[in-house]
Design a protein around this ligand. Structure first.
Ligand code: 13P
Length: 260
């Protein structure tokens, strides 16, 4: 089986959209340098708001020399069309231009608050891959769905909407399992709960292609903190984390990386 390098991604959500974003990136780069983690320990991704993308990308570029880990920038959303009359939207070529390598797609906040659908998520996944942006596609059940025993069914439906598209370039995309009830609530899924869903996603991918299953990184997200990260990241099918609140401070984000 291909060895999957853990991926630790910080989703800054609607925080640090200006100067403080660059300050945070500088502190994270400084921390990574002093932690001196060996190559292959993890790939690191930071996802600032649109307004800080180019500046944070430039900041990371300047601070990259000598670092053994890959550190890349992600957007949190984009429009599937390359250009056009779409007031307020930002396209994949624009993100690439700003120094982005990744984009988060279908985050539950976008699904719940901005009406994103499985079909829209698939469209964006294809558009990202076509443009050369690496997608981190999010899935996850609500509390009601979990309590109704529907977790695996919901996640299978969400993954099924886009999984085959990842065959275009196996390993380029990642999937983040983020149970909605664990996001920003401090209620983390236990390692067994996370592993159960990750294993189900992995076997769903194996049903499409063994290479897709072994080459796709599956991240867990939802109240990941330095003190619970080790247990989650030790799970066989958990290949990293998509971190919200704890990615907003260098110390806690670095604490998660140290848990690897
Ligand atoms: P929290 O880590 O704040 O729970 O957020 C998780 C998340 O939504 C990351 O995308």
């Amino acid at each position: 089986m291909t060895k999957r390098v853990p991926l630790i991604a910080g989703n800054w959500k609607m925080f640090h959209g200006g100067r403080t974003g660059c300050d945070l990136a500088i502190d994270i780069m400084r921390g990574l340098r002093s932690a001196d983690l060996p190559a292959g320990t993890a790939d690191v991704v930071m996802a600032p708001p649109f307004t800080a993308l180019a500046a944070v990308a430039a900041t990371v570029e300047e601070a990259r020399a000598g670092l053994k880990l890959s550190v890349e920038i992600s957007a949190q959303n984009f429009h599937a069309k390359a250009e056009g009359a779409f007031t307020g939207e930002v396209s994949a070529p624009m993100l690439l231009d700003a120094g982005c390598k990744w984009v988060i797609i279908g985050h539950s906040e976008r699904r719940q608050l901005f009406g994103e659908t499985d079909a829209g998520v698939a469209e964006k996944t294809k558009a990202a891959l076509d443009a050369g942006l690496r997608p981190i596609v999010c899935v996850g059940e609500t509390l009601e769905e979990r309590e109704g025993g529907k977790t695996l069914e919901v996640v299978e439906r969400q993954v099924g909407a886009f999984a085959k598209l990842l065959l275009a370039d196996v390993g380029v995309g990642a999937i983040a399992y983020e149970p909605v009830w664990a996001i920003g609530t401090g209620r983390v899924a236990g390692p067994e709960q996370a592993q159960e869903v990750h294993a189900a996603i992995r076997s769903q991918l194996a049903g499409i292609s063994q290479e897709l299953a072994s080459g796709t990184r599956l991240l867990y997200g939802g109240s990941v903190k330095p003190d619970n990260a080790a247990g989650l990241l030790a799970c066989e099918d958990v290949d990293g984390a998509l971190v919200g609140g704890a990615s907003l401070k260098a110390e806690s984000f670095l604490g998660i990386l140290r848990a690897l």
